[in-house]
Design a protein around this ligand. Structure first.
Ligand code: ZN
Length: 537
């Protein structure tokens, strides 16, 4: 599952394209994706892993082709046609097609930006016949015995109509030629790499491409721990907007970030200490926190297929197969260089407008990324009373996201104060200033979902306590004499709401603070022309 793209999709479902865009309009649409170079150091890979990497890069190209087939029946043919058009408009169309991997714009509710195609992406992508209705599928499904019904709803089948009758066809038959080539490339890479866990995953994944049974290889992916890291297979079901059943192929070829992995391990070893010091009534603290799900920090060399269209993935949680999650848990993968590219392309220009000149030097990717790691880890601590989450119903998401942000700040401050991290005024200025700037990045996507609402709540709380102040020129700053206590107070309030499963209290707090005040609205309006996302070269 991915977190970041969902925020954008909800916000951006508002605009529609009245007609096929001309060249200037298309250029405006493309400019929402800032061109970036992804930085990644492959020089430390062993010679065998470098050879394996070449096979995996070839596999990623095949995943791109396979994905075009899954997305729309006309996608591959349209792509080759666009490549032959050398006019300026033709080149812009090809550029925007490459970003979206289709003639539909992901930032504009999937409206067509090319002529001669359906006005919007078919809801069921190419997983179903284009003219199928929900009612037809459901009526057909009712006639099937249990096992075939399971197949029809499965992640790894497509539905086709032959002679007027619907059939479920497994991926390994529907995409047999591409999957055989993919399996061969994965086996070659497996033979080359010296890393046992990578070898095991690649061999089992090759088997899965041919057998259509992904279970054993999903389990092996959970155990994968190698300098050359990969996620490849059919995973997310977002492109099936009809039922959310069918998985799209994607690949992320990455290199493990050993420095960040070491930092994570260090943090993980201190999570009980953070729990024991939470600003919360001692009776609510957990004397023995459970093992947290593994987190991997990697740098992306290549992304393909579903993992590289529209808004770029910066982090994901996989696998989605509940049987694997029950047995092995799930793993969170964070693409550090993608986050850094997004930081440079969107957060730096945002900070240029919302922070005063003298605070610009305190905007720090290191602080920003360390806080993201702290956010992920602190989801695992604090009250997890049985039933607490259910009692908070639809408000739990916003409170829990705010709690992870604020507890992340609390945790890093605790580590500064106890000399677990190099602290001091400089580190504190960077942490809180980067957090202030990044709050605008979240707020500009709106308050439709948990992250945006939770962020408005934090911003307005800290503003009321005087920890964030506004300047007459419309910029904002941190008051360092007040921010630490304000963060403690806010963390106390959020943790206590969760400990008590206090729906009424959460509702009162969100109703009062979870909104865009006039000054916030003015600040967000100033950010409209800043790029939304990145376009890696
Ligand atoms: Zn979160």
């Amino acid at each position: 599952m991915r977190t970041l793209p969902a925020i954008l999709l909800i916000l951006l479902m508002t605009s529609t394209l009245a007609k096929t865009p001309d060249l200037p309009e298309l250029e405006r649409m493309i400019a929402r994706y800032a061109p970036v170079d992804l930085r990644v150091d492959t020089s430390k890979l062993s010679p065998q892993d470098s050879q394996a990497l070449a096979r995996l890069t070839a596999a990623a190209k095949l995943i791109d082709d396979l994905f075009l087939d899954q997305y729309w029946s006309g996608d591959r043919a349209l792509y080759s046609k666009l490549q032959k058009d050398t006019t300026p408009l033709g080149k812009a169309r090809l550029h925007y097609f490459r970003i979206n991997k289709s003639p539909w714009s992901a930032l504009d509710d999937q409206q067509a930006f090319l002529p001669g195609v359906p006005a919007r992406k078919p809801l069921g992508a190419n997983f179903y016949p284009e003219d199928i209705t929900k009612a037809e599928f459901e009526a057909w499904e009712k006639t099937l015995p249990a096992e075939q019904r399971h197949e029809a709803e499965g992640f790894f089948t497509v539905i086709r109509r032959e002679g007027g009758k619907l059939h479920a066809i497994p991926f390994n038959k529907a995409y047999a030629a591409d999957l055989q080539k993919l399996a061969a490339l994965l086996r070659e890479a497996a033979a080359l790499t010296p890393n046992a866990s990578l070898k095991n995953f690649l061999n089992l994944r090759a088997d899965a491409f041919l057998s259509n049974d992904y279970y054993a290889s999903d389990v092996a992916w959970m155990d994968l721990d190698a300098p050359l890291d990969i996620t490849i297979g059919p995973y997310e079901t977002y492109n099936d907007e009809l039922f959310g059943f069918k998985a799209s192929y994607e690949a992320y070829i990455t290199i493990r970030d050993d420095a960040e992995t070491g930092k994570l391990q260090f943090f993980a070893n201190h999570m009980q200490e953070i729990e024991n010091n939470l600003p919360l009534d001692a009776k609510y603290r957990n004397p023995k926190i459970g093992a947290s799900s593994p987190i991997r920090v990697v740098n992306q060399i290549a992304a393909a297929g579903d993992g590289n269209h529209g808004v770029k993935t910066a982090a994901y949680n996989l696998p989605n197969d509940e049987r694997v999650v029950a047995k092995k848990g799930s793993k969170r993968v964070m693409l550090k260089n993608v986050q850094e590219a997004k930081f440079r392309a969107t957060l730096v220009p945002i900070a240029g407008r919302v922070l005063p000149a003298e605070a610009q030097k305190d905007l720090s990717f290191e602080s920003f990324f360390t806080h993201i790691l702290a956010h992920e880890l602190t989801h695992g601590i604090g009250p997890h009373q049985p039933g607490g989450r259910q009692q908070m119903k639809e408000l739990y998401g916003a409170i829990e996201e705010a709690k992870a942000d604020v507890t992340g700040l609390f945790m890093l401050q605790h580590m500064f104060d106890h000399k677990l991290l190099p602290g001091g005024a400089d580190a504190e200025r960077k942490l809180y200033t980067s957090f202030l700037a990044s709050s605008f990045r979240t707020l500009r996507f709106g308050l439709h979902e948990a992250h945006g609402k939770g962020m408005a709540l934090q911003f307005n709380y800290l503003r009321e306590k005087g920890a964030f102040v506004s300047n007459s020129d419309g910029t904002f700053a941190v008051d360092f004499s007040k921010v630490k206590q304000a963060v403690r107070d806010l963390d106390h309030d959020l943790l206590t709401l969760e400990a008590q499963g206090d729906y009424g209290g959460a509702k009162a707090m969100l109703d009062r603070l979870g909104k865009l005040t006039p000054e916030l609205r003015r600040a967000v309006v100033k950010l409209r022309d800043i790029p939304t996302d990145i376009d890696p070269k």
